[in-house]
Design a protein around this ligand. Structure first.
Ligand code: ADP
Length: 488
């Protein structure tokens, strides 16, 4: 079993999940900081909205349009009394800074943008507005502002930046660290909680995948019976089922290959035995003929030569049939189908066999149904089937026996051909196997002409015609083989 590594699906998804959570957490802190800053600014502006107005109401440092210094100092004194952290600017109607408090601070801008100031003064809705900070050009701060008028004449604006630098630093550090801690803690708790729940869910989901993986590994290591068994539904189940189907196909194919391999071995063993026997006979007799050339009688010579011829014929038959069967099995033979009258073919074949039958004292007769429609098949291949069946009938029927070849219309409107004999029959145990190649039943009598391939060839040819070869046989009473051919 392969060692579990951090490379597994569970760990990968968990890592991505963890990274996502951290990113979301950091974004949360960032956003909440931005919002809390703005929130504080807004609160600050709302609370101190009227600060500038109060300053203006208390003192007016102008006389005849000119700034009066003592009055200005008094005004700033008043400001210090209210809130020493305020930054107050006296700004002319064009935005130019005329004076400021605290005076010791160095301003970095000569004038400020009046747009937000006017907006602040004229806005009745108390909208949250930010304006320039003369101490820090480029930064925007919340402020309070009020016009300074006398006899309906605008002299200047009082512009108060609500958060002074020191104050801001202090507020930042106190509030900032508080917010940071709050956010960090909230994030940590949320992160941990989500992480635990998330990991649990990921574990449940990936568990099925690791089960499938384990079964696959078992299968790979040679356990061909390993199959996935999952309770769940969905993708994992489908994956498991697909693996099971694939494994089934693989094992069936392996079994088939094993069977083919066994058959091949068997075939080689049988073929080599059957080839060796006639070769040995031929060799033996030819050697005897050579050695005893002078002493041998004419009759003996004739007998020897006959035996050699028979063995050579058997050899030829075996080689031919093997060649024929291997071509059929390799699907190299194609049926050239054409319409023909089967009864005519049967008559022809039967007359060809009459002579051999007479020598064996066997009668061959035909029962041919008239007006049969033509069949659609390969004539020479069907002739081969008939030959094999009649050869067998002749072989396994003793002298005085009877062979009948019959053609008739079958119940399913095809043409049925039957070759029957009253020979030795086929033992029940052998009936299924006789169609397998190289199988010879126990009733075997004629060693010379038997290869065990005849029925296998006939069956293969009928396969090409989508037909089957059927057997009805009674032991000691005879056998009857029949097959059907499609009509044209
Ligand atoms: P072969 O006849 O060359 O042995 P076949 O494949 O034609 O090979 O037949 C296989 C076996 O089936 C035969 O060996 C025989 O035992 C049996 N068989 C076939 N036809 C008949 C038949 N008409 N009567 C009795 N046995 C038969």
């Amino acid at each position: 079993m392969k060692k579990k590594t951090f490379n597994s699906l569970f760990w990968k998804i968990s890592a991505v999940f963890f990274i996502l959570l951290t990113v979301v957490g950091l974004m949360y802190i960032y956003i909440s900081f931005g919002y809390s800053d703005n929130y504080l600014d807004e609160v600050n502006q709302r609370l101190n909205h009227d600060t500038a107005k109060n300053i203006v109401e208390n003192s007016t440092p102008f006389y005849n349009g000119e700034v009066i210094k003592p009055a200005l100092e008094e005004m700033f004194h008043h400001v210090r009394a209210i809130n020493p952290s305020l930054e107050v600017y006296l700004v002319d109607p064009k935005g130019k800074i005329i004076a400021w408090y605290p005076p010791e601070k160095k301003i970095a801008m000569e004038s400020i943008n009046l747009k937000p100031v006017l907006l602040f003064i004229n806005d009745s809705t108390n909208q949250f507005i930010k304006g320039d900070d003369p101490l820090n050009p480029g930064t925007q701060k919340v402020f309070s502002a009020s016009p300074l008028t006398m006899n309906n004449m605008l002299y200047a604006y009082i512009y108060v930046v609500l958060k002074g630098q020191e104050h801001q630093v202090a507020s930042d550090s106190v509030f900032g660290s508080y917010m940071l801690q709050l956010s960090a803690r909230t994030m940590l708790v949320t992160l941990l909680f989500t992480l635990v729940i998330g990991l649990l869910i990921i574990r449940i989901i990936t568990q099925n995948y690791s089960k499938i993986l384990t079964v696959m590994q078992k299968f790979r290591q040679g356990d061909l019976t390993a199959r996935v068994q999952l309770q769940s539904t969905g993708d994992e189940k489908q994956l498991g089922e697909m693996f099971n189907e694939m494994a089934d196909i693989l094992t069936t194919n392996i079994d088939k290959l094993k069977q083919v391999e066994n058959l091949r071995r068997e075939l080689i063993a049988n073929v080599s035995h059957d080839l060796r026997t006639p070769i040995a006979i031929i060799r033996g007799y030819v050697e005897t003929l050579q050695m005893k050339e002078e002493t041998i009688t004419a009759e003996e010579r004739k007998r020897y030569i006959n035996t050699v011829r028979e063995s050579a014929e058997k050899l030829e038959k075996l080689v031919n049939e093997l060649f024929e069967l291997s071509k059929l099995e390799a699907n190299q033979v194609q049926a050239k189908k054409e319409p023909f009258i089967i009864s005519e073919l049967v008559s022809d074949i039967s007359s060809k066999y009459q002579l051999i039958a007479q020598t064996k004292n066997i009668s061959i007769s035909t029962i041919l149904s008239k007006e049969l429609p033509p069949v659609y098949a390969d004539v020479s291949l069907i002739e081969r089937v008939m030959q094999n069946l009649i050869d067998n009938a002749m072989k396994f029927t003793p002298e005085g026996g009877k062979i009948i070849i019959q053609t008739a219309q079958s119940t399913d409107n095809n043409v049925e051909i039957t070759v029957s004999d009253n020979g030795i029959g086929i033992p029940e145990n052998d009936r299924e196997q006789i169609f397998a190649r190289y199988y010879k039943a126990n009733n075997f009598t004629d060693l010379k002409n038997s290869t065990g391939l005849g029925l296998a060839i006939a069956k293969k040819i009928l396969d090409l015609h989508n037909s089957t070869l059927d057997l009805i046989s009674v032991e000691n009473s005879g056998s009857s083989f029949n097959f059907k051919l499609k009509c044209y």
